[in-house]
Design a protein around this ligand. Structure first.
Ligand SMILES: NC(=O)c1ccc[n+]([C@@H]2O[C@H](COP(=O)([O-])OP(=O)(O)OC[C@H]3O[C@@H](n4cnc5c(N)ncnc54)[C@H](OP(=O)(O)O)[C@@H]3O)[C@@H](O)[C@H]2O)c1
Length: 317
């Protein structure tokens, strides 16, 4: 069915890829919300130019100005958010957007999730899941149709130093819990493909749309790495899942910086099994090929792995 989609966050890492995938679909008119149609930095400008080249209508709006949001939402069927940031953007900004979408008569709201299944977690377990839990509650209360997109961890993030688990350059692995616990991993490009599919699939309406490129344990990843590279990893178990939770709480008490614990909060969700995806829809979409972890590892340039950003350590394909 023909629909107009307002993509919010289309200049971001995931959002720009979703824009590309949506533009490939028939019957989608793409509109993107931007802070401004021009940017002073060239990287940002190239993201804006990319959206324009896809044929997207660029609409300027401010997440704090409800009138501008309502204008952006007028005539829109689906609002899809890939916003990232702190509470002012992801909670307050998305709630403003939700209200505007509701006032403008939008049919469906897709908040910026792209995560594991946070419904198994409690408030306080993960700062960034708390944001999603609060927004999801408001989306359900709004009466709009919705889709929550769940893909597990981005492979680009899990295998980067940010996650503090695998360090391929140093040849080490450090984890908590049971090394046979399974978790879900998907590349950013594949998340974009499935996210665009969710927009056009009636089966995605009012569900948590769950998919994964691979479902693996720490031991599975170690075996895949050693098979692909022929190199052995040095493995250290740091403690049980309960000890991990204690470590997180102790660190929170002594360090007010949320980023001191966020990587390990994700590790807790994964290694406790509490955020495991339970209802993957992969089989419904055999025509979307998802990258496996072994292929991802084979394409990694370990020498370039450095820093803590989500995008680092990965050679773009
Ligand atoms: N599962 C995982 O492992 C994983 C890993 C990473 C990210 N994620 C999630 O994926 C989603 C997208 O993340 P990403 O990495 O693509 O983020 P990103 O590259 O930082 O992009 C964020 C987007 O939000 C926009 N934005 C931020 N603040 C804004 C504001 N005040 N007003 C308007 N726009 C604003 C940015 O616009 P500008 O370009 O104008 O700044 C940009 O388009 C998020 O939900 C993130 O948490 C999941």
């Amino acid at each position: 069915m023909a629909q107009t989609v307002l993509l919010v966050g289309g200049t971001g890492n995931l959002g720009s890829k979703i824009a590309t995938e949506l533009a490939r679909k028939d019957d989608i008119t793409l509109r993107t919300l931007v802070r401004s149609r021009t940017a002073s930095d060239s990287k940002k400008q190239s993201q804006i130019d990319h959206l324009a080249k896809l044929g997207a209508e660029l609409v300027e709006a401010d997440l704090n100005e409800k009138v501008s949001l309502e204008r952006a939402c007028t005539g829109v069927d689906t609002v899809m958010s890939t916003l990232a940031g702190w509470d002012d953007v992801v909670v307050t900004g998305q709630l403003n957007l939700l209200e505007a979408a509701s006032n403008a008569g939008v049919d469906r709201f897709i908040p910026s999730d792209y995560s594991y299944d946070y419904t198994g977690l409690k408030l306080g377990d993960n700062y960034l899941s708390d944001q999603r839990i609060k927004v999801a509650e408001a989306v359900k209360k709004s009466g709009l149709n919705y889709t929550f997109i769940a893909n597990g961890v981005f492979m680009e993030v899990f295998f980067a130093p940010f996650s503090q688990v695998f360090d391929f350059k140093a040849g080490t692995v450090e984890y908590w819990g049971d090394a046979d616990t399974k978790f879900d991993l998907t590349t950013v490009a594949d998340v974009a493909k499935y996210a665009a599919e969710a927009v056009v699939s009636p089966g995605a309406i009012n569900t948590m749309f769950q998919f994964a490129g691979d479902v693996m344990s720490i031991n599975d990843v170690i075996a895949a790495y050693e098979a692909v590279t022929g190199q052995k990893l040095s493995v250290r178990r740091r403690g049980s899942v309960d000890e991990l939770k204690q470590w997180i709480e102790n660190t929170k008490a002594s360090n007010p910086d949320p980023w001191a614990v966020i990587p390990m909060q994700y590790h807790y969700g994964m290694m406790s099994g509490k955020a495991k995806l339970q209802h993957l829809v992969n089989e419904r979409y055999p025509y979307i090929q998802l990258m496996k972890v072994s292929t991802f590892i084979a394409q990694l340039d370990t020498n370039s792995i450095s820093g803590t950003g989500t995008d680092q350590g990965f050679r773009p394909q």
